[in-house]
Design a protein around this ligand. Structure first.
Ligand SMILES: Nc1ncnc2c1ncn2[C@@H]1O[C@H](COP(=O)(O)OP(=O)(O)OP(=O)(O)O)[C@@H](O)[C@H]1O
Ligand SMILES: [Mg+2]
Length: 1107
C-alpha cells in the first residue's frame, strides 16, 4: 500500500501534551494532571523527549494491530502520537541504517507492564524486519522463548498475576540488512525462595500449576504426580487458581513453544521430571530420632515419597537418604561427618529444592541460547532488551528486595548518565553552549551498596567468610559501625543518634534511602541467602543421578572435581553480573521505556494519583524533563520546523526557496521572537521555553484558520466560477444544440414543403406529358387503324379486283376454249363427224383410269395379309374395278407371304390348317390349341434308356409319342399309357415299363369320337372284325387332343389314303369288348377345378362332367 505522504506532527490533535518537555508550567501536579488526562483518553504513552512513559492500561487496547505497525513503520519519532512502536521503530532504524547497537531499557515497578512492553518491542521488530523461511524461523524461536521462560520464571504475586521473578536481558542479533540472526539471553537472580515458600496471596512458579492442570493422565503417572494441588506442600492453596488464567491451556502453549524453540522430546521430559522432583521434595518429612550417644538425628517419615523421587531422577534411594541425614565437612584432607537434626534436614531439603529449581532455570536459559544463537559468524548489530524486575518496596523486605533495588539503582544511574551524556552530546553536535544542570545523582547510593571496602554487599561477604559465629545480627552490627554516617543509610543501632528514637525502624532492620524512596530491610536471612549453602553431600548425591539433566546441573558434585574453595556468594555474583550488564549497556545507544502502574487493583480505568505521583517521583521523571529542558526545552530539525511554521511569514509562504535554516531565521525574525528564546544548532533549532513553542503553535493555529478561510474563500470562488463557467458552457452547448435542432426542424419542414410543391409540379408536368403522349399515341394508333382499314380496303379492293380479273381470265379462257373447241369442232367437224366423240370419250376414260391407277399405286395398304384397310374409290363408275382390285391385291400379298415359308413351316401350317378345318367352331378346346406347337414326340423314346426295348421294337418314324389316360370302363378312372403313332399303327404301351399293350393298324380305325366341349376325351372306334377290334374300342383322354386327333387323321389319310371320320358329339357309344357303353358329356360341377371327371353311372353309361 502506498504510504500516505501527509506530514503530521506530534503537536497535532494532542490530548494534554504528548511530550512532557512542553509541559507548562513544569510541576509535579501538572505532570500528573497531564498523565491522567491522557490516560483517561486511552493515551497510555507520553514522551519525555525520546523517553517513552507507558502507563499500564490493564486491558487490551486496539493500538497494537498490524495496521498500527504499518502506520508507525519508517516514520519519524515525533511525527505521530506517542507510541512504543515509534520507539521500537526509531531503535530498529538507527540500528539498521546508522549501524548503532541499541538497547531498550524497560524499567518500572512490578506490574507496571515491563514484560508486556518488551514483548511489544520484540513483536514490532519481528513484524518490520526482513522475511523469508529462515528469518521467520529465527523470529519464531526468539518470540517463543518468552512463554517458556515465563512459565518457569514468572509467578502470581500480589502486584502482578504474571510477575517476572527473574531479570532478563536479551540481545537480538541482526545482520547488515537488519534481518535477525539469533539472540542471547542473560538471566539475573531468580527468586528461588519462592519455590519453597510463597507470601500470602501469591503462587509458586506457574509451571507447577500448569503441569498438574495440563498434563495428561499418562504423563502424570510417568512423573508420579497427582492432579490435586493440595497434595503438595510447596504449593500454596489460597490462590492456586488465577482469574482469567487457564493453566492447562498455557501448559500446552509452553510445550508447543519448547518444541518450536528446539527442545528434544527427551529434554522436555527431563525438565518435567526435574520439576516433579522439586514438587515431591516438598513432601519429604522428617522425624527426630535420638541416638544412643545422645545425638539428635532425623529420619525420613515416609520412605515411599523418597523412593519415587529417586525413581524419577534415577538415583539410589540410600544415597539420597544418607545425604539428608549426614553432613560431611572437608578441610585439608580431613573429612568430618556430622548428623543432621530435623531442622537441618528440612533446611537441606529446601535448599536442594531451591537449588535444583534455580539451576534448572539457568539450564533452560542456556538451552534456549543454544537454539537461538546466531548460526553464521558475521559482524552483527545488536539490539538489547532489558526487562528486569522493578523497584520493590514491600512490608517485609529481605535480601531479594535488596538485590533487586540495587539493580534498579544501577539502572537509574545509567539512565541519568546516558540521558545527560546524550543531551550533552547533542549540544556539542549542534554547536550549542552547554549549561550545567542540577540533578540528583544516585551514584552515592550505588556506592553505599557496592563499594568494595565499605559497601553493604562487601560487608555481607566479609561476614559470611569470617570464622566464628556469624549471624544476621552480627552483620547488622557491622553495618552500623561502617555505614552509620552515610547519608542514605539509617539504623536504630547506629552510633549516631539520628534514628535512635525512630520507632518505625525496628532494631533488626536497616533502611536505605533509595533514589525511589526509603526501603527498610530486615536483616533476617541475609547471611544465609548470601551464602546460598547447599550441603556438598546433596550436590554429590544429585551428581550421581542417572537423569543426565540433573547430573549436568550439579557439576560440583563430581568427586573428581572437588573444589574446597567456597563458591562466590549470591551477592557478589549478582554484583558482578550487574556490572557486566552495565558495561554492556554503556556501549549501546539507550532507548528508555518508563513503565508506570496506575493502580494497585490490576484494574483498567483507575488512576490512583498518589501511587502514580510516587512513581513519578522515584523514577525521577520530573528531573528527566528538567534535564531535557535545562538548556532548551524543544528542538527540531530545520526542515520540519520550516514546513510547520512557514505560513507565519510572507517570505516563507507558500514556498521558501533555499536552505531551511535561513528560512527559519527569516521566520523567527519576522515573528519578533526575542533572540534569547532560541538558538541555532547545526541541523536543529533549539527553543528555550515551551511558551515560545506554544506561542508559535497558537500563531500557527490562528494562521491556519485564516488560511483555511482563505482557502475556503478561494475554493468557494473557484467552485462558483467553475460552476458558472460550466453552466455557461452548458448553456452554450444547450442553445447550440437547440438552435441546431430548431434549424433542423425548420429545414426539414421547408424541405418537405419543397418536396410536396415539387412533387405537385412534377405530377402536373408528368400528367401533362402523359396527356400529350397519350394523345400522340392515340393519334398514332388512329393513323395505324385508319391506315390498316385503308390498306384493308385497298387490299380487299385489290383482291376483289384480282378475283374479278381471274374470273374474267378464266371466263375468257373457258370462253376461249369453248370458242376454240367450237372453232376446232367447226373446222374439223367435216373430218370426224362419226368417231370423234367416241375417241374423245375413250381418251378421257383412259386418262381418268391412268390417273386412278397412279393414285392407287401411291395409296396401297401394307403387305400384311391381315391388314383390312383399302383406300376409298374416287370414281363411282370404277366401283367394281375397285373391289376386284382389292381382292387381287389381297391374294397377291397372301401369295407373297406364303412364298417366304420353308418346307417344314409349310407342313406345320398345313397341319394347323387341317386342325382348323377339323375342329374350328366344333370343339371348344380348339382355340387354345392354335398357339401350341405340334411337336408330336414329347417323350424322346429313342434316347430314354428306360424305353430302349420299346423303341427297339419300333422301326418306323414315331409321329406322336405322348402320355394319355386310358379310361377304364369299369370305374371311369384313367390309367396312364404311352400313346405312340407311327406311319401305320398306333401303339399303346405301359407308361412305366414301356411294354406294349396294344398295337392297332391305322387301317382298322373306323372313326374317332369326341365331345364338343373343352375336355380331352376321345374314343377310337375300331372296325368290326379287325384284328384289334376284338378287344373293343379305346377311350382315351389327352391334354393334346387336337394335335393327336389331327395327326392321327392326317397320318391315316396319307398312309391308308382313306379319311378317318371324326365325330363330334356330346354323347357317343363306345364298344368295350361286346358291351356298348354310352359316354355322355355334361356341364359339370367345378369340384375338381378345371379337370373333367369321368364317372361310371351304370353298366351302360359313363358320365363325363366338364367344367
Ligand atoms: N500495554 C498493555 N496493554 C494491556 N495490558 C497490559 C499492558 N501492559 C501490561 N498489561 C497488563 O499488566 C500485567 C502486568 O504486566 P507485566 O507482566 O508486563 O508487568 P511487569 O512490569 O513485567 O511486572 P513484573 O516486574 O512483576 O514482572 C500484564 O499481565 C497485563 O495484564
Ligand atoms: Mg515482568
Amino acid at each position: 500500500m502506498a504510504k500516505t505522504e501527509v506530514k503530521t506532527s506530534l503537536l497535532d490533535n494532542m490530548v494534554g501534551v504528548g511530550d512532557m518537555v512542553l509541559l507548562e508550567p513544569l510541576s509535579e501536579d501538572a505532570f500528573l494532571e497531564n498523565l491522567k488526562k491522557r490516560f483517561d483518553h486511552n493515551e497510555i504513552y507520553t514522551y519525555i523527549g525520546s523517553v517513552v512513559v507507558s502507563i499500564n492500561p490493564y486491558r487490551s487496547l486496539p493500538i497494537y494491530t498490524p495496521e498500527k505497525v504499518e502506520e508507525y513503520r519508517n516514520r519519524n519519532f515525533y511525527e505521530l502520537s506517542p507510541h512504543i512502536y515509534a520507539l521500537a521503530d526509531e531503535a530498529y532504524r538507527s540500528l539498521r541504517d546508522q549501524d548503532k547497537d541499541q538497547c531498550i531499557l524497560i524499567t518500572g515497578e512490578s506490574g507496571a507492564g515491563k514484560t508486556e512492553a518488551s514483548k511489544l518491542v520484540m513483536s514490532y521488530v519481528a513484524a518490520v524486519c526482513g522475511k523469508g523461511i529462515e528469518v521467520n524461523q529465527v523470529k519464531e524461536q526468539l518470540l517463543q522463548s518468552n512463554p517458556v521462560l515465563e512459565a518457569f520464571g514468572n509467578a502470581k504475586t500480589v502486584r502482578n498475576d504474571n510477575s517476572s521473578r527473574f531479570g532478563k536481558y536479551m540481545d537480538i542479533e541482526f545482520d547488515f540488512k537488519g534481518d535477525p540472526l539469533g539472540g542471547v539471553i542473560s538471566n539475573y537472580l531468580l527468586e528461588k525462595s519462592r519455590v519453597v515458600r510463597q507470601p500470602r496471596g501469591e503462587r509458586n512458579f506457574h509451571i507447577f500449576y500448569q503441569l498438574l492442570s495440563g498434563a495428561t493422565e499418562d504423563l502424570l503417572r510417568q512423573l508420579k504426580l497427582e492432579k490435586d494441588f493440595s497434595k503438595y506442600n510447596y504449593l500454596s492453596l489460597d490462590c492456586a487458581q488465577v482469574n482469567g488464567v487457564d493453566d492447562a491451556a498455557n501448559f500446552r502453549t509452553v510445550r508447543n513453544a519448547m518444541q518450536i524453540v528446539g527442545f528434544m522430546d527427551d529434554e522436555s521430559q527431563s525438565v518435567l521430571e526435574a520439576v516433579a522432583a522439586v514438587l515431591k521434595l516438598g513432601n519429604l518429612e522428617f522425624k527426630p530420632e535420638v541416638r544412643g550417644n545422645g545425638v539428635d538425628e532425623s529420619k525420613i517419615k515416609d520412605k515411599n515419597e523418597l523412593k519415587e523421587i529417586c525413581e524419577l531422577i534415577g538415583l539410589d534411594q540410600s544415597v539420597l537418604e544418607r545425604a539428608f541425614s549426614f553432613r560431611t565437612v572437608e578441610a585439608k584432607q580431613e573429612k568430618v561427618s556430622t548428623t543432621l537434626n530435623v531442622a537441618q534436614a528440612y533446611y537441606a531439603r529446601d535448599a536442594l529444592a531451591k537449588n535444583l529449581y534455580s539451576r534448572l532455570f539457568s539450564w533452560l536459559v542456556y538451552r534456549i541460547n543454544e537454539s537461538i544463537k546466531a548460526q553464521i559468524k558475521v559482524r552483527k548489530k545488536v539490539m538489547g532488551v532489558l526487562d528486569i524486575y522493578g523497584f520493590e518496596i514491600f512490608e517485609d523486605n529481605s535480601f531479594e528486595q535488596f538485590i533487586i533495588n540495587y539493580c534498579n539503582e544501577k539502572l537509574q544511574q545509567i539512565f541519568i548518565e546516558l540521558t545527560l551524556k546524550e543531551e550533552q552530546e547533542e549540544y556539542i553536535r549542534e554547536g550549542i553552549e552547554w549549561t550545567h544542570i542540577e540533578y540528583f545523582n544516585n551514584a552515592v547510593i550505588c556506592d553505599l551498596i557496592e563499594n568494595n571496602t565499605y559497601g553493604i554487599l562487601a560487608m555481607l561477604d566479609e561476614e559470611c567468610l569470617r570464622p566464628g559465629t556469624v549471624t544476621d545480627e552480627t552483620f547488622l552490627e557491622k553495618l552500623n559501625q561502617v555505614c552509620a554516617t552515610h547519608q542514605h543509610f539509617e539504623s536504630r543501632m547506629s552510633k549516631s543518634s539520628r534514628f535512635l528514637n525512630d520507632t518505625t525502624l525496628p532494631h533488626n532492620c536497616f533502611r536505605i534511602q533509595h533514589y525511589a524512596g526509603k526501603v527498610m530491610y530486615c536483616v533476617e536471612g541475609f547471611v544465609d541467602k548470601n551464602n546460598d549453602l547447599l550441603y556438598r553431600d546433596l550436590s554429590q548425591a544429585m551428581w550421581k543421578a542417572n537423569n543426565s539433566l540433573i547430573k549436568s546441573i550439579f557439576p560440583e558434585g563430581n568427586p573428581a572435581k572437588i573444589n574446597l574453595k567456597r563458591p562466590p556468594t549470591a551477592g557478589s555474583q549478582f554484583k558482578s553480573s550487574v556490572a557486566t550488564l552495565m558495561r554492556n549497556l554503556q556501549t549501546k545507544n539507550p532507548n528508555y521505556i518508563r513503565c508506570i502502574k496506575p493502580n494497585d487493583k490490576k484494574a483498567g480505568h483507575i488512576f490512583t494519583e498518589a501511587l502514580v505521583r510516587h512513581q513519578i517521583r522515584y523514577l525521577g521523571l520530573l528531573e528527566n524533563v528538567r534535564v531535557r529542558r535545562a538548556g532548551y526545552a524543544f528542538r527540531q530539525l530545520y526542515e520540519p520546523c520550516l514546513e510547520r511554521y512557514k505560513m507565519l511569514c510572507k517570505q516563507t509562504w507558500p514556498h521558501w526557496r533555499g536552505q531551511a535554516r535561513p528560512g527559519v531565521e527569516v521566520l523567527l525574525n519576522e515573528l519578533g521572537i526575542p533572540k534569547e528564546e532560541y538558538s541555532y544548532g547545526r541541523s536543529k533549532i533549539f527553543i528555550r521555553n515551551p511558551r515560545t513553542l506554544f506561542k508559535l503553535e497558537d500563531l500557527r493555529k490562528q494562521r491556519l484558520e485564516d488560511l483555511a478561510t482563505l482557502i475556503q474563500k478561494i475554493y468557494r470562488g473557484w467552485k462558483c466560477r467553475t460552476q458558472f463557467l460550466l453552466m455557461k458552457k452548458s448553456q452554450i452547448v444547450i442553445s447550440a444544440w437547440f438552435r441546431r435542432y430548431a434549424q433542423q426542424k425548420k429545414y426539414q419542414k421547408t424541405k418537405s414543403s419543397a418536396i410536396v410543391v415539387q412533387s405537385y409540379i412534377r405530377g402536373w408536368k408528368a400528367r401533362k406529358t402523359l396527356r400529350e403522349l397519350k394523345h400522340q399515341k392515340r393519334c398514332e394508333e388512329a393513323v395505324t387503324t385508319i391506315a390498316a382499314f385503308w390498306h384493308g380496303t385497298q387490299a380487299r379492293r385489290e383482291l376483289k379486283r384480282l378475283k374479278e380479273e381471274a374470273r374474267c381470265k378464266h371466263a375468257v379462257a373457258v370462253i376461249w376454249a369453248y370458242w376454240l373447241g367450237l372453232k376446232v369442232r367447226r373446222e374439223y367437224r367435216k373430218f370426224f363427224r362419226a368417231n370423234a366423240g367416241k375417241k374423245i370419250s375413250t381418251f378421257i376414260v383412259q386418262r381418268i383410269m391412268q390417273k386412278y391407277f397412279l393414285d392407287m399405286k401411291k395409296k396401297l395398304p401394307s403387305m400384311s395379309p391381315t391388314d383390312r384397310s383399302w383406300p376409298p374409290r374416287s370414281y363411282l363408275f370404277l366401283d367394281d374395278t375397285h373391289k376386284e382390285l382389292r381382292r387381287i391385291f389381297h391374294l397377291w400379298r397372301c401369295k407373297k407371304y406364303r412364298d417366304q415359308f420353308t418346307e417344314q413351316k409349310k407342313l406345320i401350317y398345313e397341319e394347323k390348317l387341317e386342325a382348323s378345318e377339323l375342329f374350328k367352331d366344333k370343339k371348344s378346346s380348339y382355340p387354345s390349341s392354335v398357339g401350341q406347337r405340334f411337336d408330336g414326340d414329347y417323350m424322346e423314346i429313342h434316347t430314354n434308356p428306360k424305353f430302349q426295348k420299346l423303341s427297339g421294337s419300333i422301326e418306323e418314324k414315331i409321329i406322336v409319342a405322348d402320355l394319355v389316360n386310358k379310361i377304364n370302363r369299369a370305374n371311369g378312372k384313367g390309367a396312364v399309357r404311352i400313346f405312340l403313332l407311327t406311319k401305320n399303327n398306333f401303339i399303346v404301351a405301359d407308361a412305366k415299363s414301356g411294354q406294349k399293350k396294344a398295337v392297332v393298324l391305322l387301317n382298322d380305325i373306323e372313326k374317332v369320337s369326341m365331345s364338343s366341349q373343352k375336355d380331352g376325351f376321345f374314343a377310337v372306334h375300331l372296325k368290326e372284325g379287325s384284328a384289334a377290334g376284338s378287344k373293343g374300342d379305346f377311350l382315351f383322354s389327352s391334354d393334346r387332343l387336337i394335335e393327336v386327333a389331327t395327326k392321327l387323321y392326317r397320318t391315316a389319310q396319307s398312309s391308308t389314303s382313306q379319311k378317318i371320320n371324326i365325330e363330334i358329339s356330346d354323347e357317343f357309344v363306345v364298344l368295350f369288348k361286346q358291351d356298348k357303353v354310352c359316354v355322355k358329356f355334361i356341364q359339370g360341377n367345378q369340384k375338381n377345378g378345371n379337370i373333367p371327371t369321368c364317372k361310371r353311372k351304370n353298366n351302360r353309361l359313363l358320365e363325363v362332367a366338364v367344367p
